[in-house]
Design a protein around this ligand. Structure first.
Ligand code: RI2
Length: 331
């Protein structure tokens, strides 16, 4: 992958801009915030005036501080933490390649590029693995907007399958509308429904496909708020429920629900400030947890696995490396 292939949305952005854009969700989607975070490290170090006599220990300091800032932008999706870990781990395991500060910059840059490449390739592979599950002549229910899910459906469509996708609009930020538009533009039949209408229409659904923000080591899934309701509805109807998750969406640290911080976003996403009664407290969690027993399988870039196999997959890639070995806990 060349620099020109990196997503335009953040390719030329400064570190500060990337931080801001992840927070505001101008850059969103678990995979994309991981790619942008790795790129943020690159942009930070490239814009840092370092002297060769400072050595690469100084480079680490710059990187750790940038990583802390990026880590705090959105707390739930582990793709972001794992993207940072990928770069920081890569720097630490290759000290011989970094004699000068310039070497350090180059190595950070190439690791950020590597993560972007592997992340994009992983989505393509998930699409190949997942398209077989899409029922020809059937109905697929989705929620929110996941690039991995959209690409899986487009791959099935390109293979000649004819199916209907029912996209839940996904309050409060309506990312389901993005899904509906992307799919219809690809030539797929689409219906859009409000989140509360999912059960009402569910009797014709053959498959549920959702994205993933974090898969715990136990196989518990954190995805957009409303996903766990959808999983329960699927179970009631005996319909398979699959999540599409690149390997780096599995946590190196979180065993299950209790170990994941769920991002609580601004009340203004739910109700405009001028309509909010002063005595009402608004709750706006961005994600919820789906138990492994509601998940038929995880469509990864290394095949379709059972939730109980998540632990081994992340261990295969990161061994015992953890982001907490590099940067402190969220404060
Ligand atoms: P991809 C999104 O979170 C959704 O929850 C989606 O399922 C997940 O990221 C994965 O998306 P948000 O950033 O990586 O909209 O598959 O809060 O694109």
């Amino acid at each position: 992958m060349d620099v020109e292939d990196v997503e335009e949305l953040f390719r030329d952005s400064s570190f500060e801009q990337i931080v801001e854009d992840i927070k505001s969700m101008r850059i969103r989607g678990a995979g994309r915030i991981g790619r942008a975070a790795a790129w943020g490290l690159r942009q930070n170090i490239l814009s840092t005036e370092g002297h060769d006599d400072e050595g690469y220990s100084r480079g680490y300091e710059y990187n750790y501080s940038a990583a802390e800032t990026l880590y705090d932008t959105r707390p739930t999706a582990v793709s972001l933490a794992n993207a940072l870990l990928f770069v920081l781990k890569g720097l630490q395991t290759d000290p011989d390649q970094m004699v000068t500060f310039k070497d350090f910059k180059q190595r950070t840059s190439s690791l950020a590029l590597d993560f972007n490449e592997l992340s994009i390739n992983a989505v393509d592979t998930i699409a190949l693995n997942g398209k077989e599950l899409v029922p020809d002549g059937g109905v697929v229910q989705t929620i929110c907007n996941s690039t991995a899910v959209v690409q899986t459906l487009i791959a099935a469509h390109k293979e000649g399958k004819d199916f209907l996708v029912r996209a839940a609009e996904t309050r409060p930020r309506y990312q389901g509308r993005i899904t509906a538009r992307q799919l219809v533009e690809a030539g797929i039949r689409v219906e859009l429904c409000v989140d509360n209408a999912i059960r009402h229409h569910f009797s014709d659904v053959d498959l549920v496909l959702v994205g993933a923000d974090t898969v715990c080591k136990s196989g518990e899934l954190f995805n957009k708020i409303g996903t766990s309701n959808l999983a329960a509805i699927a179970k009631d109807h005996g319909v398979p429920f699959y999540t599409c998750a690149e390997w780096y969406k599995i946590s190196t640290e979180a065993e299950s629900l209790a170990d994941v911080e769920v991002e609580e976003r601004a009340s203004s996403e739910v109700i405009p400030d001028d309509e909010l009664h002063q005595d009402i407290k608004v709750r706006n969690p961005a994600f919820d947890a789906t138990k492994p027993d509601l998940i038929s399988g995880i469509i990864t870039d290394e095949g379709i696995i059972q939730p109980g196999e998540a632990r081994e997959l992340i261990k295969k890639h990161f061994g015992t490396w953890k982001i907490s070995g590099f940067i402190g806990p969220d404060d």
